[in-house]
Design a protein around this ligand. Sequence first.
Ligand code: CU
Length: 264
Amino acid sequence: MLNKTIIGALSASLILFGSCNNDSEVEPQQPVIQDEIASLNTSDDLFLVNIKGLSPKIGYNQLEVEILNLPDESPASISELSLMPMMDMGSMMHSTFHEKLNDNNPCDYGIAFQMASTEMMTWSLDISFKADGQHYDLSVPIEVKAQNPLNIGSFINPLDSVGMFISIVNSRDFQVGVNTLDLVLFERLGMMNWPGKEDLVIQFEPSMPSMGHGSPNNVHPVSMIGGHYEGKVNFTMTGLWRLDFKIFDGSQKLGECAIEIELE
Ligand SMILES: [Cu+2]
């Protein structure tokens, strides 16, 4: 699964070398996502920055940054790529949890948006990179939708009053049957500091609220690297499921939250 390739890059500045379209011999573990979410030219019109992936929604998303030479749109040779998601709420700005996904491709990111775009509150991806000896900074606006049910749960840690968030990484892959359950658990240590939280204990129980049943053969997620937790979830039929999570630090309960999933 993803965990093997996640290097836990939680810092905003990632020092990277190579092209964003490198011809690595490592096979991608996920299907290549080609939908274009947003595009922006650098101010000197020498490069085009594309953001690719599925339409972003609240919770965990995988996005790819593609940087092309203009005007021929061939892959650009870049270094020192960094990405920082940023929300402008008018009175304040804040970031959210983000990570680099793949050691072999500097352009694949996972981002967990904890809120949706509105007319007054907008998300952008602050991207910087180096090409032809020039340093580039640009802010690419993206729209994050609040599709129901929301793939995010939150609670306040009673030990330090820090907001904690949980989102399902692979909810778009779920099928009827036993699925890998890949979660991210992260906390808000500051407006620009949203690191993954490792080594907590997560228990969960799936149920179908409308039918009053659960399912057998689930496995509680265990801590992996970078705030990821991996377990198993068994969906015995299609419809609306609810995953109730309880989060512990050792034996001390920190909180609980729920995420609903519409299984088609
Ligand atoms: Cu916000």
